[in-house]
Design a protein around this ligand. Structure first.
Ligand code: ATP
Length: 269
């Protein structure tokens, strides 16, 4: 039996406070998404206030698009369903159409819910691409039909959030269904500082560490790059301890002494 993975809002584990910088995107998402998911009845009066059923997050890799989608679901108390081409091909190979139907049907049953389509370009890219497999075409059509079904039900508290690094590869029909498009760009110096602050919020830092300097030296780094940098830096003292232990052992053996005991608890900072 093939299953659709759903994360309940209490288990998602990402809130807007975990995301550094990106204030404009966060504010827009709060306005566009949270209220319609929480109070759909407020948005049923005129045509112009109809709740938005599709939002595109686009920008370079590692800039926080997945985090934003998760934070939206957490804060709206919505279930999070993450779908991507890789999950379809690995778990539902050849059954994409069935999978899409199952996802939309489940999303409606457990609403409010957010369907997050990661790498939307690979799943719903240009329709006329040569050599496109029949199963793929059917899967895309099924997606469109279900998505349109959502858009006609104003009270349906289901939202499709899509993310891509390649917005220009998207099918026109998909773009039309994503009326709001938010750019999630690489951070500038000030925003890198803010992201570093969030990533390191719970860490004990040496007094010699100056985040302004790091922010200045990391031009072109994404949020994900900054996270990797911090993880690598945090491992440096561990490596130093291990190397020192190895050296001490060699010296002790050369001098005919028993090797010193390994450090058990060491302040690695
Ligand atoms: P991709 O396009 O490759 O799927 P993405 O834009 O979805 O990437 P995320 O998966 O959201 O990026 O981010 C990857 C990791 O980078 C996060 O788990 C987080 O650790 C870190 N990160 C990225 N942006 C931020 C940010 N603004 N604040 C804090 N951490 C961030």
């Amino acid at each position: 039996r093939l299953l659709v993975d759903v994360i309940p809002p209490t288990d998602i584990g990402v809130t807007f406070d975990d995301i550094g910088a990106l204030e404009n995107v966060k504010d827009t998402l709060k306005e566009l998404v949270m209220l319609p998911l929480q109070r759909p009845e407020l948005f049923c009066k005129g045509q112009l206030t109809k709740p938005c059923k599709g939002i595109l997050l686009f920008g370079p890799p590692g800039t926080g698009k997945t985090m934003l989608a998760k934070a939206v679901a957490t804060e709206a108390g919505a279930n999070f369903i993450n779908i991507s081409m890789s999950s379809i091909t690995s778990k539902w190979f050849g059954e994409g159409e069935k999978y899409v139907k199952a996802v939309f049907s489940l999303a409606s049953k457990i609403a409010p819910s957010v369907i997050f389509v990661d790498e939307v370009d690979s799943m719903l890219g240009r329709r006329e691409s040569p050599g496109e497999h029949e199963a793929m075409r059917k899967m895309k059509n099924e997606f469109m039909v279900n998505w349109d079904g959502l858009r006609t039900k104003d009270k349906e508290r289901v939202l499709v959030l899509a993310a891509t690094n390649r917005p220009f590869d998207l099918d026109e029909a998909v773009i039309r269904r994503l009326p709001r498009r938010l750019m999630v760009n690489l951070p500038d110096t000030i925003n890198r500082y803010k992201i570093l602050k969030v990533i390191l919020a719970k860490e004990e830092l040496s007094a010699t560490i100056d985040l302004d300097v790091i922010a200045n030296l990391t031009d072109g780094y994404s949020g994900s790059d900054l996270k990797n940098l911090c993880v690598t830096a945090a491992h440096c003292p561990i490596r130093e301890i291990l190397e020192k232990e190895k050296k001490d052992k060699v010296v002790a053996l050369a001098e005919g002494r028993p090797p010193p005991p390994l450090s058990v608890s060491t302040d690695i900072r």
